[in-house]
Design a protein around this ligand. Structure first.
Ligand code: AMP
Ligand code: ZN
Length: 112
């Protein structure tokens, strides 16, 4: 637990979130400012700043749960996008790694 980290505080139950799925090591909850009809964040419960900091088992569990979230939200069949914003130029604002699961509409490419 990193005391000043917003997502560690969500894992600890100190900040409310709308959960979607939870496993032993990963938590998925709705983004507070959704950019698509489905917009869920999947995070490891352990604090890692960014995607490249995760060990392979954690990274694999985040991806596995992201697909379970897509199925649970009903967007797996039509398709969805997984995004790890990384660092300042990548648009990362919360430095506890999170996988955005976006779906429910046609997503533009390339992103702005
Ligand atoms: P990023 O810009 O990739 O770091 O994404 C951070 C995401 O966290 C943004 O999409 C925010 O809308 C989302 N966010 C910030 N605070 C909360 C919160 N308290 N609960 C849920 N999502 C949040
Ligand atoms: Zn954290």
């Amino acid at each position: 637990m990193t005391a000043d980290c917003l997502f560690c505080r969500i894992v600890a139950g100190e900040v409310p979130a709308k959960p979607v799925l939870e496993t032993d090591t990963v938590l998925a909850f709705h983004d507070i400012n959704p950019q698509a009809p489905t917009h869920v964040l999947v995070i490891p419960k352990e604090h890692f700043p960014a995607a490249g900091d995760m060990d392979p088992a954690t990274a694999g569990e985040v991806l596995r749960v992201a697909h379970l979230v897509a199925k649970a939200e009903g967007v797996a069949e039509d398709g969805y996008r997984l995004v790890f914003n990384t660092g300042r130029n990548g648009g990362q604002t919360v430095f506890h790694v999170h996988c955005h699961v976006l779906g429910g509409r046609q997503l533009n490419w390339p992103p702005g």
